[in-house]
Design a protein around this ligand. Structure first.
Ligand code: GLU
Length: 420
């Protein structure tokens, strides 16, 4: 297994995700035409995003919106601002959204957007102008019943407010056009924490099946943005010992456990971990190889590869980022008997609460936060159990089980619609 996958190195992220898809399609015995149709995006748009910079010069960025599949409902997926957000990456992420929304049984398809830009290098007003131009460039492809963007890496509630405003300037007030908005503009209570909360629900369930005592569980989290920081805070609240965390510049560790609320405040004020007392600095590479019970990559894709997978010392891998593990590394974990709970399950809390936000906007009715969290927990638990049971019954990995459930649902919807 390792050798065959290893020989296919050099694949793009989209081709890598499709290796997981192909395994599912094969086991489900999908006919060739159906496979082809489910593998490839239904529609792709590449746009130019010219921005007047604060110094008066114009810079031209490239943006994408990839609509992978809408058999089960409108396309749904975030918008990423990142220097590596090229077409192949956005395609990979769009396809993951299709399998994720299907696994969660949300009435959505899958899409993703991206602008190839480092948002840290732009001022707030430059980001505002870039977001408006990008929204204008894709506005004819999105709508509350067509395609609904949301935040992803490098974007946040403010970005969604700008998108909603730019879309509204053309189409009139339309809060359901994006999710992950500020609460003051129709965002849902609990959306900000939702992905991290979803990860915590998965760990709570997994602890029972994998024999982990949460109060003794040592957790390492890579990434301290929205997903990583909420994951660390909620797991710390649950009694886990968070032994190391990092952001893009590097991280800190303390084998006895980090005081996450104080560390979070320090990080917010200082813009990094430096100077936090009682900790030792670690690089991102070192962090992934620290001994722990649960390793949670919560930053970018492709961080766990054939190179470092043999050295990773965890009992369980929970993928909070999208596509953090290459197929080669996935096979190594399988051979080493380390269970991997896949991205389309672990990080689905975000899109699940996006769904709650969209329904609240369509009904013009607000839910209390407790209702959001209770419903989220129910849906995460149900999805976890369906994956766990299928994997156990069929003797396949959790990733294979998750993909099979998702792919089977999308294939069924295509069949029922009868459009081929
Ligand atoms: N960007 C998040 C994801 O990858 C959330 C998407 C959404 O809420 O639509 O799942």
């Amino acid at each position: 297994m390792v050798a065959t996958v290893a020989s296919k190195r050099g694949l793009t992220p989209y081709e890598e995700v499709n290796l997981f898809f192909d395994q599912a399609a094969e086991r489900l015995k999908l006919p060739d035409g159906m496979r082809e149709m489910l593998r490839r995006p239904w529609r792709e748009l590449r746009v130019q995003v010219p921005v007047r910079m604060d110094d008066g010069n114009v810079k031209v960025f490239t943006g994408y919106r990839v609509q992978h599949n809408a058999a089960r409902g409108p396309y749904k997926g975030g918008v990423r601002y990142h220097p590596l957000a090229d077409l192949e990456e956005v395609r990979a992420l769009a396809s993951l959204m299709t399998w994720k929304t299907a696994l969660m049984d949300l009435p959505y398809g899958g899409s993703k957007g991206g602008v190839q830009v480092d948002p840290a290098l732009l001022s707030n007003s430059e980001l505002n102008r870039l977001t408006r131009r990008y929204t204008n460039a894709i506005q004819h492809l999105i709508a509350p019943n067509r395609d609904i963007p949301a935040p992803d890496l490098g974007t946040n509630a403010q970005t969604m407010a700008w998108m909603m405003d730019a879309y509204g300037a053309i189409h009139g007030y339309t809060p359901a056009i994006v999710t992950g908005k500020p609460v003051e503009l129709g965002g849902s209570l609990g959306r900000d924490a939702a992905t991290g909360r979803g990860v915590s629900c998965i760990l709570e369930q997994a602890a029972k099946d994998f024999g982990l005592d949460l109060s003794k569980t040592r957790v390492v989290v890579q990434g301290f943005g929205n997903v990583g920081s909420w994951t660390a805070r909620l797991l710390h609240e649950m009694g886990c010992r968070i032994v190391a965390v990092s952001d893009v510049q590097g991280g800190v560790r303390n084998a006895r456990g980090l005081d996450i609320p104080t560390l979070f405040e320090h990080h917010r004020r200082a813009g990094g971990f430096e100077g936090f007392p009682g900790t030792e600095a670690v690089t991102n590479e070192e962090l992934l190889e620290l001994e722990c019970d649960v390793l949670i990559p919560a930053a970018i894709d492709n961080v766990i590869t054939g190179r470092n997978a043999p050295r990773i010392k965890t009992r369980l891998l929970l993928e909070a980022a999208n596509h953090p593990t290459t197929p080669e590394a996935d096979a190594i974990f399988n051979d080493r008997g380390i269970p991997v709970l896949p991205d389309i399950l672990c990080n689905a809390g975000g899109v699940t609460v996006s769904y709650f936000e969209w329904t609240q906007n369509l009904q013009e009715f607000k839910w209390e936060e407790e209702r959001v969290n209770t419903e989220l927990r129910k849906m995460m638990t149900r999805a976890y159990q369906s994956v766990y049971q299928r994997a156990t019954a069929e003797g396949i990995t959790y990733r294979q089980a998750a993909f099979e459930i998702g792919v089977q649902r999308v294939a069924r919807a295509v069949e029922l619609r009868g459009f081929v």
